[in-house]
Design a protein around this ligand. Structure first.
Ligand SMILES: NC(=O)c1ccc[n+]([C@@H]2O[C@H](COP(=O)([O-])OP(=O)(O)OC[C@H]3O[C@@H](n4cnc5c(N)ncnc54)[C@H](OP(=O)(O)O)[C@@H]3O)[C@@H](O)[C@H]2O)c1
Length: 195
């Protein structure tokens, strides 16, 4: 990519990354985008996003690099090879991590002259219609996708009692074990419903 710098780069164009990039475009920002698997940027590019050829091309395109990947390992796997190109830039990591993982990434960034801001996406899919009808087959967020194990671990790491989150995780796990993992998160209600 050449020419003047974009305002921000988005690494990772999954469900959340595409939504984030779309929101930046909606707000009129100049955005460069990259995804490991090609083709997921088509709609964004048709709306004016710049397509980066590879991670390095994406990183050098803008002073702010927003990261929305799968987990800690995918962030390091993506950023480690381009750490020299990140020097002097700001990384905003919105990938789900535990607090300990966030601190590890912050220390890694500081050690390489990279400014770092850690965030997280909280998304509560309460679907009252599905609960009323008992039809959870069109999930906004599936039970498989809603594993709360990392929040249980994060609570334990922080010395906070994980019991409230562990209880919800138990309700989710029962539904997954009963074969409903592809259905909506609101199905945890079925773990509570009186028979
Ligand atoms: N979806 C939700 O409702 C939700 C709610 C709260 C938080 N979050 C968090 O938001 C983050 C993104 O979620 P999502 O729903 O956007 O996930 P997703 O749709 O599954 O997308 C995952 C993204 O990570 C990329 N990726 C995975 N492993 C990679 C690797 N080793 N190297 C490079 N890229 C890799 C994928 O690239 P490919 O296209 O190449 O596979 C894809 O762009 C996660 O941390 C998730 O926990 C999501």
């Amino acid at each position: 990519m050449s020419g003047r710098a974009a305002e921000a780069t988005l690494l990772g164009l999954g469900h959340m990354g595409r939504a984030l990039a779309g929101a930046l475009l909606d707000a009129g920002h100049d955005v460069a985008v990259w995804n490991r698997t090609s083709g997921r940027d088509a709609e964004l590019v048709s709306r004016g996003a710049r397509r980066a050829a590879d991670v390095r091309d994406a990183v050098v395109a803008a002073p702010i690099v927003v990261v929305c990947l799968y987990g800690q390992a995918s962030v390091r796997a993506t950023l480690d090879p381009v750490v020299d190109d990140l020097r002097g830039r700001a990384v905003v990591n919105l990938t789900t991590t535990t607090p300990a993982e966030a601190r590890e990434l912050a220390a890694w960034a500081a050690g390489h002259g990279v400014r770092y801001l850690d965030g997280a996406i909280m998304f509560v899919a309460l679907d009252a219609e599905a609960i009323d009808s008992g039809d959870y087959s069109s999930p906004v967020q599936s039970l498989d996708w809603s594993d709360l194990g990392h929040l249980v671990r994060a609570s334990e790491e922080q010395g906070v009692d994980p019991a409230p989150i562990a209880m919800v995780e138990e309700l989710r796990r029962r539904q997954v074990d009963a074969g409903h993992g592809a259905e909506g998160f609101a199905r945890i209600y079925e773990s509570l419903r009186r028979r």
